[in-house]
Design a protein around this ligand. Structure first.
Ligand code: NAP
Length: 252
């Protein structure tokens, strides 16, 4: 049982649009949770670390946000299934899933690159396990709950580094293709959901100052969260199966 599995949760009415954000203990994920909470959604802070998850929930609650913690490591098959069962038991619904958790994997600290010619395949496996398989694992585990929502939305946190048309930034031979892979998977989900109310899209946050890049980005987490928040709250006639950033569409 989560430390925030309290009276608020167990007596929760079932009438509040509920969003789960993975990796919401910090960075862009926290800002997405904050933004969705400020719009009146109940937010489930998905995170693997108990202390930082609790701290994030407390911080959100001090702003009046209906926030609750859910333990989730996106690489843990059984843990992800258990998290979905926990959400079903505690809240009985899920309307919005933001697959935000992601890692770059180790890179050369001098050149800030992952050189394909010396790439450790274990690094690739680790990055893909979080950034791609993690999204599939979590999406499929929560799909039964999402299907019961009248307006389900799924947002996958991608990156323009995964854009084959743009290829920005340094060579990152594990990270960048993991986001290309994620974009491909996003389109396959969108095709599968074409005749359903489920809307799935990918979001690029831009270069955001977080732990992810040693706070080297020029955008704030709130700025980076904006596109994901927009896609998480799309109207029923909103775009499907796209890749978006602040200024519009990112080329595949
Ligand atoms: P961050 O501050 O490093 O946060 C990453 C989050 O993912 C953390 O909450 C981390 O949890 C979580 N996470 C990592 N592995 C996990 C796992 N196995 N299970 C559950 N959670 C896990 O990075 P960020 O900048 O906010 O990045 C968020 C997303 O935006 C990522 O998908 C990233 O690829 C994408 N993105 C970021 C930028 C940027 O400039 N920052 C640009 C483009 C795309 P822990 O605290 O437990 O490690």
């Amino acid at each position: 049982m989560d430390e925030h599995d309290d009276a608020t949760a167990t007596t929760a009415t079932n009438d509040r649009t509920t969003a789960l954000v993975t990796g919401a203990n910090k960075g862009i994920g926290y800002a997405i949770a904050e933004g969705l909470g400020a719009r009146g959604l109940r937010v489930l802070v998905g995170a693997r670390d108990d202390d930082s998850r609790s701290a994030a929930v407390e911080r959100l609650r001090t702003q009046g946000i209906d926030a609750h913690g859910v333990r989730i490591d996106v690489t843990d098959d059984d843990g992800v299934v258990a998290a979905a069962a926990e959400v079903e038991r505690r809240f009985g619904r899920l309307d919005v899933l933001v697959n935000n958790a992601g890692i770059s994997g180790p890179f050369d600290p001098v050149t800030w690159t992952q050189d394909p010619t010396t790439l450790d395949l274990d690094v690739v496996r680790q990055v893909v396990d979080v950034n791609v398989y993690g999204v599939v694992r979590v999406t499929n585990a929560f799909l039964p709950l999402l299907r019961r929502s009248s307006a389900p939305r799924i947002v996958n946190a991608s990156s323009s580094m995964g854009s084959l048309g743009r290829q920005p930034g340094p060579v990152m031979a594990a990270y960048a293709p993991s986001k290309t892979f994620l974009n491909g998977i996003t389109t396959q989900y969108a095709r599968t959901f074409a005749d359903t109310p489920i809307i799935v899209n990918a979001a690029c946050p831009g270069l955001v100052a977080t732990d992810f890049n040693g706070f080297a980005g020029d955008r704030t987490a709130a700025q980076g969260a904006a596109t994901a928040i927009r896609l998480a709250t799309l109207p029923d006639d909103g775009p499907r199966g796209g890749f978006f950033e602040d200024d519009g569409v990112v080329p595949w």
